[in-house]
Design a protein around this ligand. Sequence first.
Ligand code: EPZ
Length: 423
Amino acid sequence: MSIFRIEGGHPLSGSVRVQGAKNSVLPILAAAFLSPEECVIHNCPHLTDVEHTLSILRHLGCRAEWEGDSVRVDASAPQNADVPDSLMGEMRSSVVFLGPILGRMGKAELSYPGGCELGPRPIDLHLAALRTLGADIQERSGRLSCEGRLKGGDITLSLPSVGATENAMLAAVTADGVTTITNAAREPEIVDLQNFLNTMGADVHGAGSSVVTVRGGKPLHGGEHTVIADRIVACTYLSAVASAGGEGEVTGVDWRQLSTVTAVLSEAGCKVESGMDSIYIRTDKRLRAVRPIRTAPYPGFPTDAQAVVMAALCKAQGATVFSENMFDSRYRHVDELTRMGADIRVEGKVAVVYGVERLFGAKVKSTDLRGGAALAVAGLGAEGETVISGLKHIDRGYAGLAEDLRALGAKIRREEEKLTENS
Ligand code: EPZ
């Protein structure tokens, strides 16, 4: 089993280009199933979640091959309309295949995606949206059986769910007539999906606002697209410099997509400068606590950045209040940060981080994707050595966390864990 070994306490200095966005490439690969011709998607990050998505495409009868950081998907001859349990179980976001499979094949079968490390992950909004477009969906013994010829309709989401917005867009592209999606999620990844769909001949507008309109039923063709940079990975690396001190630059990223996070880091005392497609940060003194951080749908403070920013504020002067409003169980990194000397109290969705003078390296375990990245952020700002296990969670969303942090000057390397290590 692999581990990260980090030698903390050294200020960082360096520059790193940010990988393609995981939460953009996954729905875009699902969208490629809609095309009767080959699609090419550039700037794809080498993630285990992407590999799982390619496995689903291949199960469906597509050719899906890497070419460097690009993926070629040929869905000209689909063979299946189901996602097997073995592939669903690995990644709940596979539910985003429901819309494209149903839209392309007229039917779809997949197992009910379970909860995950963040708590229950319901899909009632996804199903309600597809039913509005005419889908007949039966839920029995953990499986979803869907069929129907989709027709455009007016969908209203009771909350701006990212996945439900994506599923609705993907289904609506094949539905005859006009579909409106009201209270749609506004994340940049939704805009990226719209842009890809339109390169395939779809007619989607309004992404990034709360109302997305799809004129469905148009003939689709092959598309080519370059995935946007991963704003959460960028937040992770900025938080690493905030935690360890020193300076660093992340490139290839649109600063406007993470301005709620850079505003917090600036308030904490970091010097942050945004360029056309880069962000520079310098931390040369002890950080100070900031006003309450409340996670919210985009453009609010992103839930995915909560853990890494919390890690950066563990040594800040004063107390910072976090309110995690998006998921029920997204503080699992707190216990591990506490083992490193952090002083954090959790009460339901609220966590209070009482700043301490120092953190100390420890053996810690990653429990989920962003929580794992937070341990690396904390380890860089801790004295001594931190060893992180459970890297399978981190590998879902970071193509090269150790390499990228080394490019910023961090002393981190990936090793195979010696059996005695864990004893
Ligand atoms: C996406 O998850 C992202 N994943 C998450 O990133 C991100 O944290 C989340 O959006 C932010 O909202 C991908 O894009 C692959 P939601 P998603 O539907 O679509 C509730 C990461 O770290 N809800 O917007 O699953 C849900 O329980 C991951 O990269 C319903 O109640 O999130 C949650 O409380 C983690 N019913 C809230 O809405 C539904 O039908 C937001 O969920 C759907 C969602």
